[in-house]
Design a binder for this molecule. Structure first.
Ligand code: HEM
Length: 200
């Protein structure tokens, strides 16, 4: 199981490396990707047209799905009586890792570490403020997720549900027009939150 989480969580990085190295790939690798593209809905043979947007979206989506995975372990234990809780921290830390990359791409590259620029964006675009709120919660959870500190900060980790709500809002508001695809992706997190309420 640990291997599956590592493997799945590292796939977005492999995908990004493939896309960014497309210009220097040997012919046989490019041929292989052209072959694979017939079967999977991924573009493997084109350099991203907007590399910053590509990286921000990829890291945001990866953080999102890994958070969804993290929230799945409790309902799986409650409803399916399958205890995989020991892998929850690993999935959560990977989710935080991608959230950190996502935030750094925006703050470091998009805003060039300009504090005023970041504050201005957060004030004028509420979806950025919601993302930051979720990120701060995830940061505190990652810092207190060690065996020693988790005992002390156990109740604080329930804040993950607030973070999930903030991320749903952040995700939906980041799109000018919300499509069924966006709604179904947000629906996954909402469904996991509802399962949590049923458990109570
Ligand atoms: C400091 C905190 C954050 C900032 C500044 C931020 C910034 C952004 C920006 C600027 C976009 C729009 C990118 C575009 O133009 O397409 C975006 C989209 C997104 N963000 Fe964040 N974000 C933050 C936190 C988070 C967190 C914590 C998550 C999830 C755990 C997240 C998940 C997403 C997702 C899924 C998208 C949509 C990506 C897509 O359309 O494919 N963000 N974020």
């Amino acid at each position: 199981m640990r291997f599956i989480i590592w493997f799945g969580a590292l796939l977005p990085i492999v995908y990004a490396l493939i896309r960014f190295s497309v210009e220097i790939q040997p012919e046989w690798i490019r041929e292989s990707f052209i072959f694979i593209e017939q079967f999977v809905p991924f573009t493997l043979t084109k350099f991203p047209t907007d590399p910053l947007k590509f990286s921000t979206d990829l890291s945001g989506d990866s953080a999102f799905w890994l958070l969804a995975l993290t929230l799945t372990f409790t309902p799986v234990r409650v409803f399916l009586k399958l205890n995989l809780i020991r892998y929850r921290r690993l999935a959560g830390l990977f989710s935080f890792f991608y959230a950190l990359m996502h935030a750094l791409l925006f703050i470091g590259i998009d805003q060039e570490f300009n504090v005023h620029g970041v504050i201005h964006e957060a004030v004028t675009k509420p979806f950025i403020a919601f993302g930051m709120g979720a990120f701060i919660i995830m940061l505190t959870m990652a810092l207190t997720s060690t065996k020693k500190l988790f005992g002390l900060f156990h109740s604080w980790h329930k804040m993950v549900y607030i973070a999930a709500v903030l991320i749903v809002v952040h995700y939906l508001m980041s799109h000018k027009t919300v499509t069924w695809d966006n709604l179904s992706m947000a629906g996954v997190l909402i469904f996991l939150l509802v399962l949590r309420l049923i458990k109570r």
